[in-house]
Write a protein that binds this ligand. Sequence first.
Ligand code: GLN
Length: 454
Amino acid sequence: TEACLTEIEGADALGAFVHNTPDLAREQAKAADARLQAGDAPAMCGIPLGIKDLFCTKGVPSQAASKILEGFTPEYESTVSQNLLDAGTVMLGKLNMDEFAMGSSNETSVYGNAVNPWKVDDRQLTPGGSSGGSASAVAADLCLAATGTDTGGSIRQPAAFTGITGIKPTYGRCSRWGVVAFASSLDQAGPMTKSVRDAAIMLEAMCGHDMKDSTSADIPVPNFEAMLTGDIKGKKIGIPKEYRMEGMPAEIEKLWADGADMLRDAGAEIVDISLPHTKYALPAYYVIAPAEASSNLARYDGVKYGHRAKLEAGDGIDEMYAKTRAEGFGDEVQRRVMIGTYVLSAGFYDAYYNRARRVRALIKKDFDDVFAAGVDAILTPATPSAAFGLGEMENADPVKMYLNDVFTVTVNLAGLPGISIPAGLDAQGLPLGLQLIGRPWEEGDLLNIAHEVE
Ligand code: GLN
């Protein structure tokens, strides 16, 4: 804990931590020491972690990197962070992210961007997003692991951009209670770690049924670490042809082929598969996620939480709502609220929202069919490129940023577990990630397969 606190002090330029809690960390570390001495020590006892700012942490500011939550200090702890505290971990502080987890570069944060510890010459790169602070902190050794959340790729894409491991569990594996909601049918928390083994240990500590979240699943949590047997003989790994996008860089193609070779060498059987509705995933996601966001974010009205705009004489409640929301939400969040409100409006509900929901069901069925045919996991690249430069997308069409999620959003739409693992470097020496997608609730199997590619 002391070593991490020292590292954090010297790493302001990374912008990874947005709120440090050194006193709390030292207190928790002492308690962990006592547990270790008493011989009552779970696997993660004493491990110093960073917690994404999307998780509500009791007595510690939790702002989802938004101005609208300025000054919000929860009276309660999210179930996931409580589970981690119960496991004896130490919280070093809160981590940077895109505002309300909307973004792929950590540049929509009210705190300013986080920086990728990897660089090319002196060019500063994004750590990815939305869990950019988590990825940057783990990659730069400011903490041993971090929590992330993933609605459309926000654990896996930043993990790939920074050369670390990140798993989005099956929807319902981790409780969403106390995690600021973005798109409730897609959001999942998960670990961001330095290795697959760490991810297995941390996932077990984080997840489990929670009475406070009706979508959390009441199914047993296995010992994921014990499932890292190193034996993947006979496993069937699918390579979906629809993920071979036009204009895919040769180095991503090579990374993917090398990953398949590694699995084959370890005794797996590689099969070609088809997920025919893949091309509709991104448009469906960018209807469903904003629709749910516009509803979830309706609660930020200047009354219940955080920021309230200064009002002028004669302003009524409508002006208070409008001014507060105009000041409190950044551009990307406002864009999502507008898209979401539009697709849910009476005249367009069927044309957009309902159609996107039907597409979502077809995407899920694509996966169901492949798994029913005996495929154990699916191998794809995690991202279409390595980390891009900070500011590079600033004036670009927002859709260009959305294209980053092309390989990851399908997994959230289908509620499946997906993991990103570091799998080599590109020609500039930047990390690239491979993604493995597993059957629902089979994170243990998925981690075991991922362990072979690591
Ligand atoms: N980049 C995607 C988005 O902006 C995914 C974000 C996430 O997973 N939280 O919606």
